[in-house]
Design a binder for this molecule. Sequence first.
Ligand SMILES: [Fe+2]
Length: 216
Amino acid sequence: MDKKNLPNDLYDIIAALTLKNKEQFQDIVNVVINALKEKDQYTQGHSVRVIEFSVKIGHEIGLNEEDIRSLEIASVLHDIGKLGVPDKILKKPGRLTKEEYQIMQQHSANGEKLLDGIKNLEKYKKYIRAHHERYDGFGYPDGLKGNDIPLISRIIFVADTFDAMTSDRPYRKGLPIEAAIDELIKCSGTQFDPYVVEAFLNVLRKEQEELNKEAV
Ligand SMILES: [Fe+2]
């Protein structure tokens, strides 16, 4: 918004409204994160990191501000369907049975359903539904392939999987970053969109360079 094109009063009103919306948005984000925390300590920290990674990838790809905003909101909400997954499955220490895995997989479609009828969140439903679709078409729930999967969902999927791989769980230690990067590269073009993987590797490379600079 360019102040010089607007009368002062109008500028102030718009600025105040924008601020109010930002605060409201942050409140909503916090409610979702708290709800997920209640459900599972891991899911809370995980959600926060997925938001951060996703937004960094979005900037690296050069998404416009509106798409970054959508990416941020979709990242916040992406696992909201896990609220409907029974604790004994969500927190099971170890491998899920086939039946349990099928129930777990329902969380992306259930997340979409939770947004039913909420007008301002309608456009995010498809992103949440598709956040476990694989680039090669073997993901769920719809088996979408390649660019038929919304870009925002492809970004969240990479951020989500990377964080899941590198996080410690009660029953296993997280992978070292280098091993998780190798896994991303190995699955680029099958599980993940290669374009998104490349962008994420650039983000990680730049962050490492920054850290190296600080260490000198
Ligand atoms: Fe998920």
